[in-house]
Design a protein around this ligand. Sequence first.
Ligand SMILES: NC(=O)c1ccc[n+]([C@@H]2O[C@H](COP(=O)([O-])OP(=O)(O)OC[C@H]3O[C@@H](n4cnc5c(N)ncnc54)[C@H](O)[C@@H]3O)[C@@H](O)[C@H]2O)c1
Ligand SMILES: [Zn+2]
Length: 360
Amino acid sequence: MTRIPAVRVELGERSYDVLAGEGAADALLDHVASTDAGRIAVVAAGNVFDIHGEAVIAGLDRRGKRSTVHRLPPGEQGKSLPVVGGIIDEILSEDFERRDLVLGLGGGAATDVAGFVASLLLRGVRWVVLPTSLLGQVDAAVGGKTGVNVRRGKNLVGTFHQPRAVGCDTGFLATLPAREFRAGMAEVVKTAWIGDPSLFEALERDPPKDASHPRLPETIRRCIAVKADIVSQDEREAGRRASLNFGHTLGHAIETESGMSYLHGECVSLGMVAALHISVETGRCEASLLERLLALLEDLGLPVRDPSLDTDAILARTRADKKRREGGDRYQLTRGLGFVSVARDLPAGAPRAAIEFLRR
Ligand SMILES: NC(=O)c1ccc[n+]([C@@H]2O[C@H](COP(=O)([O-])OP(=O)(O)OC[C@H]3O[C@@H](n4cnc5c(N)ncnc54)[C@H](O)[C@@H]3O)[C@@H](O)[C@H]2O)c1
Ligand SMILES: [Zn+2]
């Protein structure tokens, strides 16, 4: 058995381990081998399967587990109801049984689909995850949110379905495109800001800029620990889990408005700068913290300004997003490192001023 450090997500009888570090994939497969699953349906991003799939299938073979492979189109293209329907038909045509397991392999998009498929198959079967992107390892694969995009918007259809185990193998990250790595670092910065101020300070001193950084595994584990703690307290986002949306209100609006030109993490970078700007302007937070955030994001090669942003279009987009949710304004603001909470008394012009700040 491979010994890998684990972070526990405490959810009563649905608790599970997130194994993280070099070799976590083997440890996850050991977990799979310990179950009574007769067969493993591997739901994988096709382009990731081309690189890492054979090793995973061979690992299952060695452990005496039969598998079938179900390939997804890369990225967001795979996150659709028609694709999910096709995958479910494929899996069921291979006599999948209730005790069998779904294994998700790929970035956050693929693992969102794999979990969604598992939650629907035979009214819900067990699933495990091997996230292969940085964003997937620190965010998407932990916490049990699954889903797909529909015409009306991203992630509007989905389920809560916790995995039985997660294996965040840093070995996968060596093949992740550099831009995807940087985008993942935006979620690392976000997570550190929300729940681990000393991690934020460590990032300021010596931030991982690629997968070879010696403290990357520890950085990933600390992010998982923050997310696990939040999910344990608020699995279904009734309260504290919403703090994970720090930087996401304007970030999402920028992402939708920009079409395909920005990655999600790049928009979170811009969105966090905007959230800090609002926090400073409304007297919640010291201006020096905005300077520190800007310096770190720039050091990581993430966007912190964009003169081409369309302020009116972005504001209209946040209002459209807000209408879909119940309750008041959903801006997550901050009083400083380690303190993020929803703002209830936002002056009307504050979001506009924040976008103007990004356009500087
Ligand atoms: N469920 C949640 O709680 C949650 C949280 C955050 C984000 N998400 C979702 O995650 C998705 C974003 O995830 P992402 O940033 O991983 O993007 P992604 O899944 O689209 O991956 C980006 C690209 O990198 C490829 N890739 C992934 N790992 C690779 C590797 N090791 N080597 C080579 N290529 C690799 C992917 O196939 C894809 O082409 C979004 O759909 C978002 O909605 C979900
Ligand atoms: Zn995000």
